[in-house]
Structures are given as C-alpha cells and as structure tokens.
Design a protein around this ligand. Structure first.
Ligand code: GYE
Length: 340
C-alpha cells in the first residue's frame, strides 16, 4: 500500500466508520489529492427536515445470483431507512440505463446511483446530471471518463485483485502446470476487463500455465453452459481447468461438463468469483473447487455514503470492498454463515 492509499483509508475510516467491513483505497487511476472532493455543482443539498430522500438507482439487470442479491440489499436498506428508491432495471442494455438516468434527472431525485453495465459511453449523460446538480454515485462497477468530477464516488471491489487471487490459487492447485479455459463476463464491463487482467498478470509468473481458450459468456449460467459445451466439443482432451469470471457461468460450465460425462471438481478444476450460495453448494458437492468472494451487499455502505455526502463530507473517489477466497476445504464449515 502506498502512503496515499493509507492516507485515504484513514480518511474513509473517519468518514464511514467500520461500516460493512469495507476498506477504502485509491484506484490506479485515482485522482490526485483534492480531486476526490465534491464539486459545488454536484454537491448534494440536504433535504428539508421531514422530507423523504429520493434516490434513483439504475441497475444492470438480473443476470446472476450476485446481481439479485445486490438489488435486494439496496431495496431492503432503502425501505429500512425510509428512503424513496426509484428502481430501474436496464435488462443488460446501456441505452436503458442512460434513459433511466435522464428520467431521474427530470424527476429531480436527490441522488442517482448507477451500476454501470459497461465502462465507456457515460460522459454525456453524466454531464447532464452535473449540470442539473444531481450527484451520481457509482456502485459495483467502474467507468472510464476523462473528467472524474462527473461522479462523486465509486463503491466496488478490486476486480484485478480478484483475478490475481483466482490465478494464484489455481497455479498452486495445478503445481504451476496446465491449460485453462476462461469464461469471461460481459464484454466491456469493468469486472470482465479487470478479472481477465489480474488473472493473466498473475498467470504470467507461471510459464507452465496458459489460457488455451477464452470467450464471453455474459455472466449468465445459460451462456456459461453454452460456451463450455463449445469448448468441450472443440478440444475435450485439453480441458484441465476452468476460470469463470462469476459463479453463475461456472455453474453452467459444471452442467456442461457433467452432461459430457466429465467430472468437474475432479478431472477438471474450476475456480470462479462471487461466492454466492450456489457456489458453496457446488463446493460442498465437490464440483467447484474455489470461489473468490465479491460482496454484493451494498445497501448499508451505499446509504451510509449518501448520508455522509448529504451532511457535506468530502468523499474519497473510491471505496473498496474487501474480498477473500474460499475453497472446498472450508465450504461445508462456512456455508451456513453466508448471507447471499
Ligand atoms: O461478479 C457478476 C455480475 O458487477 C461485480 O456482475 C459485478 C458482477 C458480478 O453479474 O456475477
């Protein structure tokens, strides 16, 4: 950790307390000191006493168990705090998200929350929000913008680190030797880009290991199964390991492997990301070998952050969720304590 990261961590600790077990650190493209501050244009104005806070939330869709857990967490927390939540499901389309954000601006919501489907294409609509002085909080996925004053803060996991954790575990499990097929998340999405990057970077330390095939399966179980079936058809003998960017795709791949008479978890090693209940069940059944946690329970940290913002606090540009890896050896012991 660099000095600046520690410094920002301390700032966050002061601002947000120890809420949700989350720690903050700067992203690699983190702003220089001071840039993370609220600009006057997008600073939230406190709602008059007794008035309900109105938050517009543009969600990606319902492609995975992780995503539905995130939606539930945010809806439940809003209800608990008496916040009016305007929820828009984009059904996997950025155009729908942009439309939803425009409608939130027109309705003069107090804060807009976006889980951005892809990294690019956000500048015009974010400028509209900034002009209307509606602050935007990004949740769970990051974006690329030339001007980071266009959003207030990003609350998310470090996907590069998740990819590295998966690769490190796999390299150890396979003794530094073997071929891997990769099921990527949605093309252009931050978790797909960064989970591939972190995994490839870590794998490069092991010359005996390589990614033999890689393809997007859009973070869904159905596509995970479909792409895995194609991989099996084209080169069954060489499939030694699967790295899936989320658990749903791994669960689809497990189904494809079993239908092909193969033994997932035994003759094919599988590692994925999210740590949803279905992944723990598959680990307990011996079919999935490991999963990296990516916590979707954003409700408490999100609304804590909104409250700080409205109280006039200076927020860091990146609030990081901490992740860890679980493998089969701990699955049975841990499964009942899982919250999603
Ligand atoms: O890992 C995946 C989901 O954006 C971090 O999106 C999220 C990812 C999550 O569909 O399951």
């Amino acid at each position: 950790m660099t000095g600046r990261i520690w410094c920002l961590t301390i700032v966050l600790t002061l601002l947000l307390g120890s809420s949700g077990g989350c720690e903050q650190k700067a992203t690699t493209d983190a702003p220089s000191a001071g840039k993370g501050q609220q600009t006057p244009e997008n600073a939230a104005t406190p709602t008059a006493a007794g008035e309900k806070l109105v938050v517009g939330f543009s969600q990606v869709g319902a492609e995975s168990a992780w995503r539905t857990a995130e939606t539930t967490s945010i809806k439940d927390e809003a209800a608990k705090r008496g916040v009016e939540l305007k929820f828009a499901d984009a059904q996997g389309k950025q155009a729908n998200q942009i439309k939803a954000v425009r409608s939130f601006i027109a309705q003069h919501v107090d804060v807009i929350v976006i889980a951005p489907i892809v990294e690019t294409g956000w500048e015009p609509v974010l400028r509209e929000a900034q002009r209307a002085a509606v602050p935007v909080i990004l949740i769970d996925r990051g974006i690329q913008v030339s001007d980071d004053s266009l959003y207030t803060t990003l609350i998310a996991s470090d996907f590069v680190e998740e990819g590295r954790m998966a690769a490190e575990w796999l390299a150890q499990k396979m003794g530094g030797q073997g071929e891997i097929v990769e099921l990527q998340g949605t093309t252009g999405a931050a978790p797909a880009i960064d989970r591939q990057k972190g995994f490839a970077e870590e794998l490069a330390k092991h010359p005996g290991m390589k990614i033999a095939k890689t393809q997007s399966a859009d973070f869904t179980r159905a596509k995970g199964k479909e792409v895995m079936e194609a991989f099996i058809k084209s080169d069954r003998e060489h499939i030694q390991a699967v790295y899936a960017h989320n658990d749903d795709m791994a669960l689809g791949a497990i189904q494809a492997l079993e239908e092909a008479g193969m033994h997932p978890g035994k003759d094919v090693i599988l590692v994925s990301i999210d740590a949803v209940r279905g992944a723990f069940e598959a680990m307990v059944a011996g079919k999935l070998n490991a999963t990296v946690e990516c916590n979707p329970l954003f409700g408490p940290i999100l609304f804590d952050t909104i409250e700080k913002l409205r109280a006039g606090a200076t927020l860091p540009k990146y609030i990081k969720n901490e992740d860890r890896l679980f493998d089969q050896s701990v699955a049975a012991e841990v499964i009942d304590s899982r919250e999603y």
